[in-house]
Design a protein around this ligand. Sequence first.
Ligand code: ADP
Ligand code: MG
Length: 310
Amino acid sequence: MIPDCDGAAITVAGLHKHFGRVYALRGIDLEVRQGEFFGLLGPNGAGKSTLINILAGLTRADAGRAAICGYDVRADYRQARRALGVVPQEVVFDPFFTVREVLALQAGYFGLKGAANRAWREELLTTLMLADKGDANMRTLSGGMKRRVLIAQALVHRPRVVILDEPTAGVDVELRASLWAFVRRLHAEGHTIVLTTHYLEEAEVLCDRIAIMRDGRIAALDSKEALLRRAVHKTLSVTTREPVAELPAPLQAKLHRRTGNTLEFVLQQGTDSIPEVLEALRLAGHVVIDIATEQASLEHVFLELTQRTA
Ligand code: ADP
Ligand code: MG
């Protein structure tokens, strides 16, 4: 198990950051507890990567403070950096290094040159299914393999807190599944995990608490269960025998998506009723052959929070 540190895994208070006229962070307050599996969600441009770069000491905030395991990311940079492993969103490598060289350089950066760390790096290669690629140049690797090297690189110094910035963007389904299995194992071993992802279903399955960012602010921060309770929507999918060319206006307004003969309606809980929808379809002369309902997912909550106009 990973030993505990004093205080929260991540503390962020009053963080502001702008790039020219773009305000990337407009006052972020956040605490991630030790051992949490924390989700950081939000549309493109919400400020997630900027926040992560500040935590990693790669970007300097205009105001506010941030600490990893109680170590200020500026005043105690070295300790903060040691406690943190970041898997960045962008894949950037020197194409001429081999996988083992990339990991050895990272170990050197943290002053970890002994046999114990070498053994750990080999273990990482094996776990991440890179063992047979250890001596291959980075430029010869596929996108998915490069991502796995990024993950290994972030873990070389066995950090307590691991932040993954969209680790599965553009990664195939099989690799995604094995990455999640690996991240879950890290979590089970005591690591604090912070994850940003575009795949909301993944956050819904994996995370204990979730912050939803929007326009440089935190629009919501709560347990997954509490966020889901905020959803006021339920979906109803109706399959008709014949394609429906035109819907009555009240139904058209509720229509979310159409796939072949299946119509997907979004119902407001409390005000819209399923029998009403089915009756309206029947009156319009459509024969319903199948229905399915689905409770609100995190995706609905996310869309409500991020698309609602300020
Ligand atoms: P996210 O990771 O949530 O997609 P980012 O933190 O990457 O969001 O970006 C937040 C905002 O800051 C965006 O408007 C983005 O264009 C801007 N931004 C981020 N980094 C830079 C930079 N280095 N220079 C200028 N603008 C930037
Ligand atoms: Mg980003």
